[in-house]
Write a protein that binds this ligand. Structure first.
Ligand code: ADP
Ligand code: ADP
Length: 227
């Protein structure tokens, strides 16, 4: 059963000089159960706009997003997002950053603790539960952000250049970890990057967007054996 369907999405922005920017034109895309889809394309082709619309953080001018056949209105607990900058709360320790969303969602404490244990191990941060974000490296902060999103156990994970602010070696290890998480958890992942190498490494399908207006230029199915 298809999990996420992006149907006829158009997005027009009105820029500060009053001109209209056609950021996305007629985007149609289905992300099936367990797929890892990367969206690539040059700066300004509408990658972030598309991700924000799927996340329910931005309204499309027209079109709709369906999750398991049901229209998504606004944000949903079934859709988790990881941004370039983990945007952690600096005054909260790692553990509290990870449980924050679960607290808001009033998930019972025992379940919170179980998930904290599970996901802190998954992102290799065991032993760092009581550190503040400022005590961690950039790669570790991104891992906290990923654990925080995973802890909500969304059906779909959206990622907007999550590794572009970390150094090359850290990025490689985070990419490896993400593949392992994806294989283990069977999540749908929609991942935005401007780095075609990253997309080829991670995705089973790559959507290439072209700019002005942003539309789907090409779809590539990536064979797996190189992994
Ligand atoms: P990408 O993530 O691929 O770099 P964006 O989604 O950020 O692309 O932007 C797509 C297009 O929409 C660009 O031409 C950008 O200038 C324009 N755009 C993005 N946000 C706004 C905004 N708030 N107001 C006007 N134009 C915008
Ligand atoms: P990576 O994320 O690929 O492991 P990092 O540069 O983020 O690379 O960190 C390498 C390792 O060094 C971490 O896994 C961690 O064990 C340790 N480390 C990095 N920064 C800190 C820190 N501020 N405090 C404690 N340990 C750290």
């Amino acid at each position: 059963m298809p999990k996420i369907e992006v149907k006829n999405i158009n997005k027009l922005y009105t820029s500060s000089d009053g001109n209209e920017v056609h950021a996305l034109q007629d985007i149609n895309l289905t992300i099936n159960d367990g797929e890892f889809v990367c969206i690539v394309g040059p700066s300004g082709c509408g990658k972030s706009t598309l991700l924000e619309i799927v996340a329910g953080l931005l309204d499309a001018t027209s079109g709709e997003i369906l999750l398991d056949g049901v229209k998504v209105n606004g944000t949903s607990r079934d859709i988790g997002v990881v941004f370039q900058d983990a945007s952690l709360f600096p005054w909260r320790i790692v553990q509290k950053n990870i449980t924050f969303g679960m607290e808001i969602a009033k998930i019972p404490k025992e379940i919170q603790n179980k998930r904290l244990e599970k996901y802190i191990n998954m992102v290799n941060l065991k032993g760092f539960e009581h550190k503040y974000p400022s005590q961690l490296s950039g790669g570790m902060r991104q891992r906290v952000g990923i654990a925080r999103t995973l802890a909500m156990e969304p059906k779909v994970i959206l990622m907007d250049e999550p590794f572009s602010a970390v150094d090359h070696l850290t990025r490689c290890s985070l990419q490896e970890e993400l593949i392992q998480i994806w294989e283990r958890e069977e999540k749908n992942i929609l991942f935005v990057t401007h780095d075609i190498n990253e997309a080829v490494f991670l995705a089973n399908r790559i959507i290439l967007l072209s700019p002005r207006p942003g539309k789907i230029q090409q779809i590539y199915d990536v064979p797996f054996p190189h992994r």
